[in-house]
Design a protein around this ligand. Structure first.
Ligand SMILES: [Zn+2]
Length: 252
């Protein structure tokens, strides 16, 4: 398993050195995909002040934005640019999500979320968890918030399975591209020594496996980035539709 991690991290170094420009939306072939992006800085969010969110959640959001934004790839950096535009409209709070069986939740209900107030709830157990665990969780929920605003402003309209697939794909990409080698090693060792109470840290192994599977068969591909993203979407989508929770949530 350890060798797998090292191999995967090596693969990502290769991907990061390529200079092709991809739109993540091309991963969802067959859906109504638009590459519309906001034309002005505040198109996503007119608020000039952020919501008063708990300090550790604020730090995790800033950490995510910084890591996405400093990447050289347009198709990856654009996600961070969108988060920056949405930042003052993101309203995250700790709550008890036990009854929902979830650790994080973005509300797509338009009577709850609007582009001016993107409501994300994080289970209160995260109050005592480290920033990396919270950031891993929030990369998933922020993807949903971004899907909501993009769709609102004429962007891609994804179905439930596509939304979840993209959220897990972003978690995988963030873990592999944006985390430093030291952070990845720390997550790996926390899994291997069983010294973590964080489900997000334990889930890192699944993210790595998806990434590893996605690299298979891409060695001779003309467009390695696209081949990798296609493989990633394929692995994650088949996992999403196999999960009873998503069967129920997505009505499949
Ligand atoms: Zn989700």
């Amino acid at each position: 398993m350890k060798r797998k991690y090292k191999y995967l991290i090596g693969i990502f170094v290769v991907f990061c050195s390529l200079s092709v420009v991809l739109d993540f939306a091309t991963m969802f072939k067959g859906s109504t995909v638009s590459t519309t992006v906001p034309q002005t800085k505040n198109e996503y969010c007119a608020r000039v002040e952020p919501y008063p969110i708990p300090e550790q959640l604020k730090r995790a959001v800033s950490f995510i934005i910084e890591r996405y934004s400093k990447n050289q790839k347009d198709w990856y950096q654009n996600v961070g640019m969108d988060y920056l535009k949405m930042k003052n409209c993101i309203d995250i709070s700790f709550t008890n999500l036990n009854s929902e069986g979830a650790e994080g939740m973005f509300s797509f209900d338009e009577s709850v979320s609007t582009p001016e107030r993107l409501v994300i709830q994080v289970d209160q157990s995260y109050i005592n968890l480290d920033e990396l665990s919270t950031a891993l969780l929030l990369t998933h929920e922020l993807t949903h918030a971004r899907q909501f605003v993009r769709e609102y402003f004429g962007g891609p309209k994804l179905d439930c399975v596509q939304k979840e697939t993209e959220a897990y794909a972003q978690q995988t990409l963030f873990s592999m591209i944006s985390l430093t080698k030291e952070e990845q090693n720390s997550l790996t060792s926390r899994i291997e020594t069983g010294s973590t109470s964080s489900n997000q840290v334990r889930f890192f192994e699944q993210l790595v496996n998806w990434g590893y599977d996605a690299t298979k068969g891409c060695t001779n591909a003309k467009d390695k980035d696209q081949c990798f993203l296609d493989g990633l979407v394929k692995s994650i989508k088949s996992w999403v539709i196999s999960q009873s929770a998503y069967k129920e949530q997505c009505g499949i």
